[in-house]
Design a protein around this ligand. Structure first.
Ligand code: CMX
Length: 425
């Protein structure tokens, strides 16, 4: 039975040939034109990137290997990693081999925790996460291989070793940050007998007598594993790696992007929003009360976290999958009930406001209250959990991009003065 690396090695020539042929035969075809408004408007809607792990459809959401994520939501995150890399799900034996490999790599080197402990205690967990990833990077196989003059076609092989090291160690690092940052006691060692998500839940140290927290973690980490290549974290990751910086720098850049409130930090912001509602009304408000609260929030110039999306134009299927889990596991939790009520009220409010292109909930609208329900109460860790999930897809993207030798990213910029002159103004 072949390992994932052997499968990728076999696929590599076909992947390169496929790209070579399309560029040779159709290289001059136009994919997109770009307007002045798009150049100033965050390149929204410009089809300018290729991503072979997944696509985001405006109404169907995340599509992996041609299948909507809801069809894959009962799979393990590491199965998704295999699928994103190889284009097919692993057999039971292949999954077992990958899990064994990740288990062997999961422990952190001894000198990483002291690096984290040296940071100010009030640091945001996302800052610590990025610092920890950068510190892990001193072991990069890719950086060593490059320095030793490895041939270009072979770059992806040591990079793949870095990717597996990262995939294995990110949950250990994230859980250690939780325990150190919030005074939960010493970090808990990885347990090789558990799958990737259950291992993370275990290392957080949150009591899970029924196993439902581990079950949530599997779903949570699976459904948010990838989202095309156009969002801030994927863009940042890709841009940094395209200069042949090692995957640790690329993932640290992605984490920095996730830390923004319009992106991954929205999951923490949702908690602030939902807890504010509970405090104001002493529990679950009536629709009218919730509408008034959200209106006030909007009028203060704030965005409603967990709503809207740059690409989606319907309720995010990741929201639906997580919301369904909440409905079956914690329907009586007041915070979940507020989220549930909000999804009936906020879309209309945003429609009335008239600005948002998409008034529907995204995954962040519900993910935090589920973690909260099972005892993960520190909302500033929620973005770490989102980023942990997204790292699965980003790591797969790094591998596929290096196999096809994606060149350094370098679009051309233009000044406003030049634009005005070109436009004859
Ligand atoms: N609440 C209030 N206003 C919103 C809004 C929301 N949830 N979503 C969009 N808008 C506003 C925008 O701020 C923008 O206002 P201005 O014209 O005054 O600048 C206007 O509507 C148009 O924005 P858009 O084209 O609909 O959305 P963008 O593609 O520019 O931005 C996003 C998308 C996600 C940043 C935005 O919807 C938002 O800020 N949502 C809340 C934060 C959030 O949930 N982020 C997580 C998204 C998932 C992820 O990527 O991680």
């Amino acid at each position: 039975m072949a390992s994932l690396k052997q499968i990728l090695r076999k696929q590599a020539p076909q992947r390169r040939e496929r790209v070579r042929r399309i560029v040779e035969e159709r290289g001059q075809d136009v994919l997109a034109q770009i307007s002045v408004a798009q150049a100033y408007g965050g390149l929204r809607g410009v089809r300018a990137l290729v991503c072979d792990t997944s696509e985001v459809d405006p109404t169907r959401g995340l599509i992996v290997a041609g299948r909507p994520i809801t069809e894959l939501s009962d799979r393990l995150p590491e199965e998704l990693f295999f699928l994103l890399c190889a284009g097919r799900l692993p057999t039971t034996a292949e999954l077992h081999t990958l899990q064994q490999d990740l288990g062997r790599r999961a422990a952190l080197p001894d000198d990483i925790l002291p690096v984290l402990a040296a940071w100010p205690t009030e640091s945001h967990p996302m800052r610590l996460f990025a610092v920890g990833v950068l510190a892990l990077g001193r072991d990069s196989h890719f950086a060593r291989g490059y320095a030793e003059g490895l041939p270009k076609d072979d770059y992806w092989e040591p990079l793949f070793e870095d990717v597996l090291d990262l995939l294995a160690r990110l949950p250990t690092l994230a859980a250690a940050i939780y325990r150190l940052r919030f005074g939960k006691g010493s970090p808990i060692e990885p347990d090789r007998g558990r799958d990737w998500a259950a291992g993370f839940a275990h290392m957080l140290g949150i009591p899970d007598p029924t196993g439902a927290f581990a079950e949530l973690m599997r779903l949570y980490l699976t459904v948010q594993c990838d989202h095309g290549a156009g969002d801030v974290s994927a863009n940042a990751c890709h841009a940094v790696a395209s200069a042949l910086a090692d995957p640790y720098y690329a993932i640290a850049a992605a984490l920095a992007g996730q830390a923004g409130p319009l992106h991954g930090l929205a999951s923490q912001e949702v908690m602030r929003f939902v807890c504010g509602i509970r405090e104001r009304f002493g529990g679950v408000p009536k629709d009218e009360q919730l509408r008034a609260y959200a209106k006030e929030w909007l009028e203060a110039g704030r965005v409603i976290p967990g709503y809207g999306h740059a690409v989606l134009r319907a309720t995010d299927p990741r929201f639906t999958a997580l919301h369904d889990f909440g409905r079956s596991h914690c329907p009586d939790d007041p915070l979940f009930q507020i989220v549930d009520r909000a999804r009936g009220v906020i879309p209309q409010l945003l429609r009335d406001d008239g600005r948002a292109s998409n008034p529907y909930p995204n995954a962040d609208a519900v993910s935090g209250v589920l973690l909260h329900h099972f005892g993960l109460r520190e909302a500033s860790l929620y973005t770490v959990c989102v980023a942990l999930s997204r790292s699965i897809g980003l790591l797969a993207q790094l591998v596929l991009n290096r196999i096809i030798a994606t060149p350094i990213l370098r679009p051309t910029s233009v000044s406003t003065e030049r634009l005005e002159s070109d436009l004859g103004r």
